[in-house]
Design a protein around this ligand. Structure first.
Ligand SMILES: Cc1cc2nc3c(=O)[nH]c(=O)nc-3n(C[C@H](O)[C@H](O)[C@H](O)COP(=O)(O)OP(=O)(O)OC[C@H]3O[C@@H](n4cnc5c(N)ncnc54)[C@H](O)[C@@H]3O)c2cc1C
Length: 388
């Protein structure tokens, strides 16, 4: 297993508890990547498919709730806010989708809005309250899966970089690491946006997103606040593919494909404020003015937050797939599996997709077709050409 983000730690746990001998290699630390830098929403886009993912992930998080790593799993109603009539039509349509997926979602009166969130601007076009949503602390939840994997016998090797794979005649023999070559019957690559470094041609690109953290608010936030400006999974387009040379030459490739106000209160009394999604070249730190953009957008919606202190800011690198859904399962190279490309929905989807992957590796079938890596036209020969 390569990568100790939510994708690697959930898969390590699922495989170890089935009796596989698991060694997980991570070159930095547990949850060092996006898995330790996100808002921890288990419904990160307001879509029926995401409700299904949340429902499947929730019992798996609950399994670990009593374990050694607390991760603040909590029910958190969402306030879906529309600034203008266009957004309001979108919210109404989403509210209907949520209701048909079984989640209560009703309009909020102006009086209720003003007493619950007096910091909100007064002239919003409307808002709906969505119940039955869940949130957690992402870094801690990833650690909880890592510890559960260790408890089931998995060996975690931190600070160890996995290098090229050893492939002979289309079959994987193992991989080369900082600690020397390792032979393995199977390797699962869960390396987030670095997945193509190991699996040549894998259709995973990078989407950078920024967050700000407030200091103590001094008041209770009754709802997670979501401005309904985030595009659908399949509409994310530009962020779901690497930028083109002409776009880089034009100098604006790193402008956000999506930007919206999301405000998630934390049990400790502060809040996480975001967020953006922009194509990234992975190594250059693009769009360093994003904290300012996020702050401006947030202030426009929540003028009452002007004096709230902001104590930290950071970015995370989302592993984007072309259709916004993860890649889960075997590749054309025998013994090589991927668990990646979870994009903006890793916390909500990885516990479930890891279970599907482990069931398939255990001989119990194949992961759901919508996640199959074979749905993309990947040049697996490129990988074979790198055989030793
Ligand atoms: C701002 C922001 C907000 C988000 N909010 C949410 C949310 O509310 N809900 C949600 O569900 N999702 C959210 N996401 C998405 C979520 O964070 C990602 O989908 C998820 O973290 C991806 O997990 P991963 O394990 O695939 O990748 P990562 O967390 O990046 O983990 C990959 C790991 O692999 C390691 N690695 C890479 N290459 C090697 C190598 N060669 N050898 C050894 N180790 C290696 C890396 O060091 C890293 O630790 C958000 C993302 C961002 C950026």
């Amino acid at each position: 297993m390569v990568g100790a983000g939510i994708a690697g730690c959930t898969a390590a746990y699922e495989l170890a508890r089935r009796g596989f001998r698991v060694r997980l290699l991570e070159r930095r630390g547990i949850a060092h990547g996006a898995s330790g830098r996100n808002q921890g929403l288990l419904l990160n886009d307001v879509e029926a498919g995401s409700v299904e993912m949340m429902r499947r992930a929730l019992p798996l998080y609950r399994e670990l709730e009593g374990g050694p790593v607390p991760f603040e799993l909590r029910e958190a109603p969402y306030l879906l806010v529309a600034r203008d009539d266009g957004q309001l039509r979108f919210v109404e349509e989403r509210a209907a989708v949520m209701r048909s997926a079984g989640l209560p979602c009703e309009p909020v009166s102006g009086a209720e809005l003003r007493s619950g969130l007096p910091q909100l601007r007064e002239d919003v076009a409307g808002a709906y309250l969505l119940h039955g949503c869940w949130a957690l602390s992402a870094a801690a939840a990833t650690r909880a899966f890592a510890e559960a994997a260790r408890d089931c016998g998995a060996q975690l090797r931190l600070g160890v970089s996995a290098g090229p794979l050893s492939i002979r005649s289309g079959r994987l023999e193992g991989l080369i690491t900082d600690e020397g070559p390792i032979r393995a019957d199977a390797v699962v690559i869960a390396a987030g946006p670095w997945l193509p470094d190991l699996v040549a041609g894998a259709p995973v690109s990078t989407g950078r997103g920024w967050l700000l953290s407030t200091g103590p608010l001094g008041f209770r936030l009754p709802w997670v606040v979501l401005e309904m400006a985030w595009p659908d999974l399949e509409d994310l387009g530009r962020a779901a593919r690497p930028p083109r040379l002409a776009e880089i030459a034009a100098g604006d490739y790193e402008l956000p494909s999506a930007a919206t106000v999301t405000l998630v209160g934390q049990p400790a009394g502060h809040a996480l404020l975001g967020t953006s999604l922009a194509p990234s070249l992975l190594e250059p730190v693009e769009a360093v003015d994003m904290p300012r953009r996020i702050a401006r957008r947030a202030l426009d919606l929540l003028p009452g937050f002007a004096e709230v202190s902001i104590t930290r800011g950071w970015y995370g690198l989302r592993p984007m797939s072309p259709d916004g859904l993860p890649l889960v399962g075997p590749t054309a190279v025998e013994g090589l599996f991927v668990h990646g490309g979870h994009g903006s929905i890793g916390m909500q989807s990885a516990p479930w997709t890891a279970r599907e992957l482990a069931d398939a590796m255990d001989g119990g079938g194949t992961p759901p077709a919508q996640f199959s890596p074979a749905r993309f036209d990947v040049d697996w020969d490129a990988l074979n050409r790198r055989r030793r």
